[in-house]
Ligand binder design. Structure first.
Ligand code: HMG
Ligand code: MG
Length: 288
């Protein structure tokens, strides 16, 4: 069994998409550059979504153009449709992510279509990403609960995940979007999902609303998951998931994994520097 865990940093995207005060592109670029020097190999930099839906990400092209890329770091972006994918390719993203949900209501609220329609929309996006030779990640949101319709059944998560894998995704990130799951819920989920999908193809994306994210990571390790999403400073949430708090903090995840003997390859001091930088940047936007 591998003793290595990959921390997939989503702070510049999941974290900053939910800030009520817009963080200037220059600050986002500086944050990504600090994160790039912390040993992280996976950084979700931004998303090419409609600026009408998520104004915080309207500067996606500027951010991608401004970062100083580090070899071996994969800079990925969210791409909800062909328009997003085209922009992602123009911006030289290394990996694209389609993002759907296991909840009908959340799918409607977040991307304005049904689950079935979203999967049909994702197919050409996936084909274009693969033919361009970039990575392709799939997100399934509301893997435990939905802010609009409550409990979600694991079968619904598995079905969407399998269809995304069929489109060529190399990894499926399982999103506890509102952070309401406990480790029993995650085990109940993975009893079904990891029975049909190798844990090595799954990632855990656990928002930390109720403080369960770390125990959810621990539970997931038992099912073979070795990739976990987290956000620097525990930033984050989804504008279309009321009540969703931040992602699991990257530093907390690093500390827990290190304590338990897992190697992540990250430099703790560099993470602290990035965390302090973005906390100051956000605080100064709030003062203005
Ligand atoms: P729509 O309104 O149905 O689509 O939105 P549309 O095609 O009618 O487009 C509306 C307008 O947006 C049009 O502009 C389009 O041109 C423009 P207008 O003609 O009115 O001036 N547009 C775009 N502009 C830039 N880039 C694009 C793009 N597409 C359309 N790619 C759509 C459908 C999917 C576009 C919209 O619902 C959307 O952008 N949703 C994104 C919502 C979002 O980003 N949510 C947060 C990320 S998901 C998340 O946080 C969960 C996750 O972290 C996992 C977890 O925690 O569970 C991943
Ligand atoms: Mg999220």
């Amino acid at each position: 069994m591998s003793d290595t865990v990959t921390i997939f940093e989503v702070g510049p995207r999941d974290g900053l998409q939910n800030e009520s005060n817009l963080v200037p592109a220059a600050q986002k670029i500086a944050l990504i550059d600090l994160l790039s020097r912390s040993g992280l190999r996976q950084i979700e930099a931004t998303s090419f979504v409609s600026p009408k839906w998520v104004p915080q990400m309207a500067d996606a092209a500027e951010v991608m153009a401004g970062i100083s890329r580090v070899d071996d770091v994969t800079y990925s972006v969210l791409t909800p449709n062909m328009r997003g994918l085209t922009a992602a390719l123009e911006a030289r993203a290394d990996s694209a992510a389609i993002f759907g949900a296991a909840s009908e209501s959340f799918s409607q609220k977040n991307i304005n279509c049904s689950i079935k329609e979203s999967l049909a929309r994702f197919r050409p996006v996936s084909e274009a990403a693969l033919s361009a030779g970039i990575g392709l990640r799939g997100y399934v949101s509301c893997v435990v609960a939905c802010p609009y319709e409550g409990t979600i059944q694991p079968d619904a998560v598995r079905d969407v995940a399998l269809q995304m894998l069929d489109m060529g995704c190399h990894e499926i990130s399982l999103g506890d979007t509102i952070g309401k799951g406990g480790s029993d819920d995650i085990r109940r989920l993975l009893d079904v999902v990891a029975r049909d999908i190798d844990g090595a193809l799954l990632a855990g994306h656990y928002h930390d609303t109720d403080g369960n994210a770390l125990v959810n990571v621990e539970a997931s390790l038992d099912y073979g998951l070795r990739v976990f999403d987290s956000a620097i400073g525990g930033l984050g949430g989804c504008p279309y998931a009321p009540g969703a708090k931040g992602n699991l903090s990257t530093l907390s995840l690093f500390d827990m994994l290190s304590d338990k003997g897992w190697d992540t390859g990250l430099d703790r001091d560099a993470l602290i520097q990035a965390e302090q930088f973005i906390a100051t940047a956000i605080a100064s936007e709030k003062e203005q």
